[in-house]
Write a protein that binds this ligand. Sequence first.
Ligand code: BG6
Length: 501
Amino acid sequence: MTKKIDPCTLVLFGASGNLSRVKLMPGLFRLDSLGRLPDNMKILSVGRHEVALEAWHADIKTMLDAKFKNGYDEKVFARFIARNFYHANAPTDPDAFTKMKAALSNQKTFPQNLAYFLSVRPTDFATVVEQLSGVGLLDESKYWRRVLIEKPFGTDLPTAIALQANLTKYLKESQIYRIDHYLGKSALQNIMLTRFANTMFEPLWNNQYIDHVQITNNEILGVGDRTTFYDATGALRDMMQSHLLQTLALVAMEKPENLSPDSIRAEKIKLLESIRPIPVNDLAKHAFRAQYAAGRVCVSDGHGENVPGYLEELARDGVTESVTETYAALKLFIDNPRWKNVPFYIRTAKRMHEGNTAISIRFKKAPMQIRDEQHQNWLTLNIQPRECIKMEIESKIPGLDIATRTLSIDAPQRQKEDETIDSYEALMLNLMEGDPSLFLHIDEVKAQWRLVDPVVKAWIADKSPVLQYRAGSRDPLESSVIFESKDQFWRYSIELGGDKH
Ligand code: BG6
């Protein structure tokens, strides 16, 4: 269903940064080519340096050329370029925001509903909002104003609470759009629909039938040029606190009363708040961390590439030691009747043998055991790179004997003609539509920090050397220490049989 978008101006702070160049500008262009931007929608890019409009337009062309290697429609390009403006907001200029207000007050050029996308340093979120408010650019008496805040929202619970306090001096909760780009992924949205728009899953979705759940995000990529950010952050805060806990909330929450943003978020909040705190006095059995060492990974064209270890990458920046994890695995329990005693194993790692994000659910032993070590049923919801639902079931081997083998039923979710929408495209559209369902409520953010903070603290305090795994390998064997029972093991991608150590 296409929703109506009011005439509006998207004000893009941090427009010359990497996110904007790689995702946001090309994303807005794609939305334009799909006819999803209203005619009277403008984009005001805000950067620190003076750039003439012509040069900015030429720069946008460079961004699009880099993204759309097969070219694009010149007519759409001309329309898109005509929407784009640039404003220099020098950090040293005390009148910068007054000047921005003057620029935006040109009603002939800029529709007066304003959506701000803050793709700036997290330490600048509150300052930008304060400045916008100071010059009256958050005043909603005539037109709406919405502010999109990039991740991370704080670096722990106290900083998230402080940021929230600073923002709500100037904004109502309904004006704040906290992003978690995983929620913009269509395959993630499909979790709720798979569960509740079918009859066959919900009756089994509980501790009576489910042995355990694994939520995995593995990447082939390393930390790249983000060493400073990453070393101060680590996998727990970078991925678990946000994307993986959101995924878990969608997998485990109760059915929302309806599809309104409030109902969905209320169920996610309830779920996140019912995750049992991780016992820091028994951490070794509940949380595992490691760092990648030098190794060889698979690159896009199928060839291998030798890559340095994490500590070597840091050493290039002059950092000589670090206990920051590039691999993190947690065991979580949810304290409600549906999930009593069902472990949820969530893990994320960089520089693994494959890049894959999946939810794998193992069912309990079947009532009839035909063969030794009979495969237990698994259901996998694969999020990326392939979006599919896969079921593994036992089935008779045709012939005279009563013998079974495992069949895999694999249904791709994506069909050739389906739209490919990047998560940022979906989320920018939602921002302009005023639909907050795929953005985080502050209570979700708080519950997520509350859960990971004690582990982050304990890991930072423990300076003993962190276990190393070879880049391009599978989970370190030692990580299985968090499994509740000996017959549990990490699942990989979607291949049958390739899953045991
Ligand atoms: C980001 C993390 O939020 O998500 C990155 O900061 C990570 O470290 C990225 O690589 C993964 O996102 P995606 O969409 O590529 O799975």
